[in-house]
Design a protein around this ligand. Structure first.
Ligand SMILES: NC(=O)c1ccc[n+]([C@@H]2O[C@H](COP(=O)([O-])OP(=O)(O)OC[C@H]3O[C@@H](n4cnc5c(N)ncnc54)[C@H](OP(=O)(O)O)[C@@H]3O)[C@@H](O)[C@H]2O)c1
Length: 292
């Protein structure tokens, strides 16, 4: 019998970090969370190595990232430090210490030109700085954390309470009767609590010595949708009568390009760990989280 699972989580106030914290409490899993106020990994990514070396945790989860996709275009050094150099240090430390590492990556490693869900081995080709730095992080984790690490790619992450698409839509709908939303980016939303559960499934699997892959795709399941479809689903589920007008991405220019198609094949994860909840189910739970 291995000793009980003990986690070190990078990230504290982020969407995934908070969901992990709640789940660890429910499942009685010991976990230490390290936020940016304790260790600024953009300023000093090497700190990750030292913190892991000093920790008695047996699995590390990296829920920290530079996630401001547009800002990354002009803040490349910070994005690279946090999304590439910090996970590289984590992988090196975990490998040296024989600890497991779960690193979170993104659909943005792909160029979005596919017409069928991206599979684990499909060619990567990021189209913005955020995606490029996240891909560098993935590759560093793969190279330096061989045998101990897993990258978990996800997409369109949201929860009930953080600043995100769900809460932006609900806020805007308070004083508007219609909202324009892009309809030519297609993906699958992921409720942070479901991503957190997947992280724990993989952490427990790694810790128990089960056969764990180097990469998984984890999103909510269900028919892929556009952001405009998601906005409509949010208003329907929240009983809000706000009209959604579809616009193309060209009508909402952003500093960073977005992939047009972000859907990933989640079947490898589901075959091993069971079905992922649908995005509709995740949305209901996210809305309920706002009422707690
Ligand atoms: N959000 C999405 O739509 C999305 C989509 C695909 C993939 N992902 C990936 O999923 C993972 C989790 O994303 P999320 O939505 O939970 O992100 P988030 O809510 O933006 O949280 C970012 C986390 O990174 C930490 N962080 C930021 N700057 C830092 C710094 N300088 N030093 C140390 N830590 C720092 C934050 O620390 P504090 O706790 O101190 O705030 C926070 O915990 C990330 O790897 C992200 O790339 C996200």
């Amino acid at each position: 019998m291995p000793p009980p699972l003990k986690l070190l989580v990078f990230g504290q106030n982020g969407q995934l970090a908070k969901a992990l914290s709640r789940l660890c409490q429910i499942q009685d899993i010991t976990a230490q969370f390290i936020g940016s106020s304790t260790a600024d990994l953009a300023a000093n990514p090497q700190q990750a190595y030292e913190l892991i070396t000093q920790s008695s945790a047996n699995v590390v989860i990296n829920a920290a990232a530079y996630t401001q996709v547009d800002k990354a275009e002009t803040d490349k050094a910070a994005a690279q430090a946090l999304n590439h150099h910090a996970p590289k240090n984590m992988a090196q430390a975990c490998k040296a210490q024989g600890k497991g590492l779960i690193h979170i990556s993104t659909d943005y490693v792909f160029n979005g030109q596919a017409h069928a869900p991206y599979e684990l081995g499909d060619a990567t080709d990021p189209i913005n700085i955020y995606g490029a730095t996240k891909l560098q992080g993935e590759l560093a984790v793969k190279d330096h954390g061989q045998g101990v690490s897993t990258c978990l790619r996800t997409s369109w992450v949201y929860d009930g309470l953080s600043p995100n698409f769900l809460n932006t839509m609900l806020r805007l709908a308070q004083n508007r009767s219609d909202i324009t939303v892009v309809n030519d980016q297609i993906g699958r939303p992921t409720y942070a609590a479901d991503l957190a559960k997947a992280c724990l499934d993989i952490a427990l699997g790694r810790h128990s010595g089960n056969d764990i892959k180097q990469i998984y795709h984890v999103t909510n399941s269900g028919t892929p949708i556009s952001w405009a479809d998601f906005a409509r689903a949010i208003f329907k589920a929240a009983h809000i009568s706000c009209r959604v007008k579809d616009i193309p991405s060209s009508g909402y220019p952003t500093p960073a390009k977005r992939p047009a198609y972000s859907v990933m094949d989640i079947s490898d994860y589901e075959a091993q760990f069971g079905p992922l909840p649908t995005w509709q189910d995740g949305l209901i739970r996210a809305l309920n989280e706002r009422k707690i």
